[in-house]
Design a protein around this ligand. Sequence first.
Ligand code: SF4
Length: 719
Amino acid sequence: TTSQHDAEKWVKGVCRYCGVGCGVLAGVSKGKIVAVKGDPENTVNKGRLCVKGILLPKIMDTKDRLLQPMVKKDGQFVNVSWDEALDLIATKFKEAVAQFGPDSVGFYGSGQNIAEEAYVANKLFKGAIGTNNIDGNPRTCMASAVAGYVSTFGEDEPMGAYADIEQANVFFIIGANMAEAHPVLYSRLVDRKNSNPNVKIIVVDPRRTRTADIADIFLQFVPGTDLALLNSMAYVIIEENLVDRNFINQHTNFMQGEKKLSFDEFKTFLADYAPDKVTGLIDLPAEQIREVARLFAAKDRNTMSMWTMGLNQRIRGTWANNLVHNLHLLTGKICRPGNTPFSLTGQPSACGSIREVGALSHLLPAHRVVANPKHREEIAQIWGIDPAKMSPKPGYHTIELFRAAASGALKVLWVVCTNPGQSIPNLKTYREGMEKTFMIVSETYHPTRTSELADVVLPAALWMEKEGVFGNGERRTQHLAKAVEAPGEAKPDVWALIEVAKRLGFGDLFPYKTNDEIWEEYRKCTIGTKMELPTYDRLKKERGLTWPVHDPNGPDTYIRYAAPYDPYVKEGIQFYGKPDGRAVIFARPHANPQEMPDAEYPFYLSTGRVLEHWHTSTMTMNVPELKRAMPEMYIELNQSDAEKIGVNDGELVKITSRRGECRLKAKINGRGQPRPGMVYVPFHDTAMIRMINFVTIDAFDDISKQPEYKICAVNLAKA
Ligand code: SF4
């Protein structure tokens, strides 16, 4: 499909899609990217790519590429010059701030932004304009993992790395379909299993997925009962004395809310979760829960847990993250090669551009928070602004931001590199809000479900048409070189942000001539923290480095918190994010999802991804091979449920929730098999009638503010 022989040169980059962060070499000929191959020198993928990665050249020159800025006049988009568009944007920002204050404007970014874009946007809004109303789509996929790491360990992001896959011999995979959502990492897992008969894989999911195909034990439990299952495993680990008492005594505290517990009190808390007591709720045999707990905790084994949206996209997502960490802390299976809890990331730079840059409404660069006066002062000094200009109040998180648009409180919103007009749950209200507010959309393609609602659309340079940095799910920071010119008048988003900053009178805060200069200022924010980043020069030369990189010329870090790997720990293990150096084992009770099936809406709905498509499919539906492979999305049903509602494979099903409806073709014996009483819909479809986010729920986790995409109640009928 790609013509490798035509390439005149090969340019080092990173895949544009998922959080695995595969290294690519882009083949360039006559100013175009004509081929892509996996970078054999990159340790993430060692030359491999999945089907989306290998077809990347086809997202570049598409019919719907946006080539010129556009402004909506009398309901119609008309082409305008960059100057006209930028002047209009600056005027709208100035008017809103003057009349309604800085919190009347906002920014919505993406884990697909390069770090430099997110850094400049963060500085413009939080530092120059003076509002913390800057959030992004990682709120909808990773926020519970952030809150889980921070509450348990005091610091965000995993302690381990992908290299743990080759060291572990028990894998506990819960709420993650790696075979489709993290394919190259999945291939490393398959290799590990094939090369070592001693490797055991446990997959926990209410839907039998492709990932379950390689499981030694597959637990198809009731949706929303994962907290009970994880507590039940902890119960068995303690009851059968599979704990590591030395590790617990030296490195952990037990907590219930703000209250410290003793080991015995924690044991008493778990009494309700004895396998015999939860077997009915979870719908798994008690003996199977015991078997899995024993395998997880076996003293002669290395255990790695991996999870993603199945745990994160829940109103108790933070708690679910805490409970996976509990299992590793109880057994001491942490901070040693092959022993780690490891949350998988969705987007190529959700970690690098959002969590690390601090481009969420409560964060500042290098894992700082806006509520901390010392953190604000440190950043204000680097940004060259008065700290009094920075608000201590967290801004609107994602759902609040779009609620504010709907209520009229948010007057101007700038959306960059993401498609909330399709991806926000309970979509109808929020689309109306997007129409109401003055919305600027920086996009590569037009129309999208967001750009169609915009007042100004700015043409954005795409992957490899600009240089930049992505940070993947294993703390690996990687540089993408510019390989080709952007078509038409498309420009890097960072350029547009700086041009608007100049028009708002903040030009002196944004004097950068190159991305190196932006990066080096950002890197200063990380020095003296525990996430020191490498220099731009090194990133350009090397195949990514996992932070912290304490000595600019020294090694990167495989495992955090543990000597001899972590440069900040002299001996043993120290969870330095916590004041006493101890991680927390939390007592978190089971709680139901926000919405349970009932007589009116008797089925669980879950949403997710397929291998062939990415997010709202603006890129992947432009790739003929991917479109042919999966031209539209579907509803996956169990055979017994299909019979109950009287539909055959391929027939249309109407899906209704308390919020809206959509219609999709039934897939009964598809690649996945949900358990009876549950249906599954991939969320990629762009047709209004098939957009599942008209149906999903916008309830969110009260700690992480991440919405519960994974579970709501629906009714089904043959359409
Ligand atoms: Fe790209 Fe992810 Fe596929 Fe790697 S696994 S090629 S990063 S989509």
